[in-house]
Design a protein around this ligand. Structure first.
Ligand SMILES: NC(=O)c1ccc[n+]([C@@H]2O[C@H](COP(=O)([O-])OP(=O)(O)OC[C@H]3O[C@@H](n4cnc5c(N)ncnc54)[C@H](O)[C@@H]3O)[C@@H](O)[C@H]2O)c1
Length: 290
């Protein structure tokens, strides 16, 4: 989207962390922003922050796992600002733990927010953006964990890989409607993701065996393939906010904020490529045997 001035953005999980930083960057660039979040206190703080700065930002209480609440928030946003052009599907929660300790409640909560939340955002907003015909852009927040499997992150990996796959498909589907798509895959960013349980609904809160402590895991580097250097590079959310703005303006698909992961990803791709060769050899051999 070359011309972003006066466009309207809807940012889920915009009350804190990456979403809040996106709201800052986008509103400072002249975009009207609706911040949607489940955390009332964060919304109140955000409202005060942006009204002091006299930026066009509104807030609304939303649970991305609740389709009706998203639908109502979309209508409210259109009533306040008019047509919505930009959707940042960013709300997310983190959970660490070996698969042996994880429960159905853990799966339901994390998949509910990190994957169903994105699906609900796409379903609620894409048709609205197509309908007004003015074009738009969708930014889905995945993670480096959407590209690399990490020990102790099975649920998070599952959701974030799905978000990458969905985005790779959507970018093709939406091209003809003049809607760009980006997928954001950060490494570690200095946010409150490690306190995600603060937003866990009581219905999915069960007394469960203690999970691995995420901070401890992070320091310990509980993924042999990930070096300490990679784990220690924690960046500030404001950098991500600026990268998201750039991706929207220049229609860039991949938003990759942590270049130190490149080697690991290249290694993964090479292993897959080598496996093709090994299996091709097997197939040839089987043919001969048969
Ligand atoms: N911080 C990191 O290191 C990192 C790395 C890669 C990806 N991410 C992703 O970035 C996104 C933002 O996370 P963050 O790091 O800013 O964490 P954060 O906890 O600071 O912010 C997440 C926001 O999402 C909101 N939220 C949680 N559940 C919600 C729900 N059901 N409905 C609506 N809002 C809800 C929270 O209230 C919070 O404001 C997430 O998708 C996360 O998976 C974070």
């Amino acid at each position: 989207m070359e011309n972003i001035s006066n466009k309207v953005a809807f940012i889920t999980g915009g009350g804190s962390g990456l979403g809040f930083a996106m709201a800052k960057s986008l509103s400072e660039a002249g975009i009207k922003v609706m911040i949607a979040d489940i955390e009332e206190r964060a919304l109140e703080a955000a409202k005060n922050f942006f009204s002091e700065k006299k930026l066009e930002v509104e807030t609304t209480l939303v649970d991305v796992t609740d389709r009706n609440s998203l639908e109502k928030a979309a209508t409210k946003t259109e009533e306040i600002f008019g047509n919505i052009h930009i959707l940042c599907n960013n709300a997310g929660v983190g959970i660490n733990g070996n698969i042996r300790n994880l429960t159905y409640q853990d799966w339901d909560w994390v998949m509910g927010v990190n994957l169903n939340g994105v699906i609900n955002g796409i379903q609620t907003f894409t048709k609205r953006i197509i309908r007004h015909g003015e074009g738009g852009h969708i930014v889905n927040t995945s993670s480096m964990a959407g590209l690399i499997g990490i020990k102790g992150l099975s649920i998070y990996n599952t959701a974030k890989y799905a978000v990458v796959g969905m985005s790779e498909s959507l970018v093709q589907d939406l091209k003809t409607h003049n809607i760009g798509v980006s997928v954001l895959c950060p490494g570690f960013v200095n946010t409150r993701i490690y306190a995600s349980e603060r937003n866990r609904p009581s219905s999915l809160n069960q007394e469960v065996p203690k999970k691995d402590n995420p901070d401890k895991m992070k320091k310990k580097g509980d993924q042999q393939a990930i070096s300490d250097e990679v784990l220690q590079n924690v960046i500030e959310p404001e950098i991500i906010g600026e990268m998201v703005l750039e991706a929207i303006k220049k229609n860039k698909f991949w938003i990759l904020s942590h270049p130190e992961f490149k080697n690991l990803l290249t290694y993964r791709t090479e292993i897959i490529s080598q496996s093709f060769d090994a299996w091709r050899e097997f197939l040839t051999r089987s043919d001969k045997d048969g």
